[in-house]
Design a protein around this ligand. Structure first.
Ligand SMILES: COCCOc1ccc(Nc2ncc(Cl)c(NC3CC3)n2)cc1
Length: 286
């Protein structure tokens, strides 16, 4: 729908789903069609004094062009005097990071399913990145939602308004856990950082904490630099194999996306047929 056609009066506002620095996310329903959306409300004043307007405009433009089952849709946007309203796809399953908090650890079948779907989303984005060099994909539990049928939804492309508090993790260093070595050394980086983040996320989903988790930021940085990787006893050999092949210092040595999707830990644990089937099911309901 064109951005000019909507006003906030067209929507019934439901409960608050999350809030961040620049705005709030509410569950909303369009009155005529009764279509449920996630309404992300950003405050212009707050964006202005942090020079975020351009960034938000670019993110809107990029995300509205992304159409993939594992990427949260941006249906449209509109604004009034004080606010910008983003009409986003509503993901009924909520945030992956909250699920990881409550479940502590995920079953291999669930985690492998998410990794497989992330490979699909990243593959799609890498083709798109050919056009938008600047798509910064920030793979971490905070930016992943769970849709209908348990479909994974990559959301929040470096969005200004995080879904809940600015730093959701208890300790600040939670935000460093996903940083790859090349970003710490200030060297250039490319989409191979996604492979590193995929390795960190896989580790955290199964083991319950990120691989370089430690008491201080300094220690976390040291462990990332030296890639001090340890697995609890009982971690399957397949999983160790996959994670060690992703958490490689040299980006070129990291297992490429298509090999991740075909890795034995994925093919043994992910219900790929059900995931592919849910893509088809989703197409029908659209
Ligand atoms: C105590 O209640 C727990 C919250 O439960 C939910 C949270 C979020 C969704 N779906 C959702 N869909 C799309 C977006 Cl963009 C979004 N953004 C919000 C900031 C995350 N949230 C569903 C349930």
């Amino acid at each position: 729908p064109k951005s000019s056609s909507w006003t906030v009066e067209d929507f019934e506002i439901g409960n608050l789903l999350g809030r961040g620095r620049f705005g709030y996310v509410y569950c909303g329903r369009e009155k005529q069609t009764r279509f449920v959306v996630a309404l992300k409300i950003l405050f212009k004043a707050q964006l202005k004094n942090s020079k975020m307007e351009q960034q938000v405009k670019r993110e809107i433009e990029i995300q509205s062009n992304l159409k993939h089952p594992n990427i949260l849709r941006l249906y449209g946007f509109f604004h009034d005097e004080q606010r910008i309203y983003l009409l986003l796809e509503y993901a009924p399953g909520g945030e992956l990071y909250r699920r990881m908090q409550t479940e502590k650890v995920l079953r291999e079948s669930e985690a492998a399913g998410y990794v497989y779907q992330l490979c699909n989303a990243l593959n799609y984005l890498h083709t798109k990145r050919v056009i938008h060099r600047s798509i910064i994909v920030d793979i971490k539990p905070e930016n992943i939602l769970i849709g209908k049928y348990g479909i994974l939804k990559l959301a929040d492309f470096g969005w200004s308004a995080e879904s809940t508090s600015t730093c959701k993790r208890t300790t600040l260093c939670g935000t460093l856990d996903y940083l790859p070595p090349e970003m710490l050394n200030g060297n250039g980086y490319d989409e191979k950082i996604d492979l590193w983040c995929l390795g960190v996320l896989t580790y955290e989903m199964i083991i319950g904490k990120p691989p370089f988790d430690s008491q201080t930021q300094h220690e976390t940085i040291r462990m990332i630099r030296s890639i001090e990787l340890t697995f609890p006893t009982g971690t399957s050999t397949d999983l160790r194999d996959l994670i060690t092949k992703l958490l490689r210092r040299n980006p070129a040595d990291r297992l490429p996306l298509k090999d991740v999707a075909q890795h034995v830990w994925i093919t043994k644990n992910a219900d790929i047929a059900a995931i592919e089937d849910s893509y088809v099911k989703r197409k029908k309901t659209l």
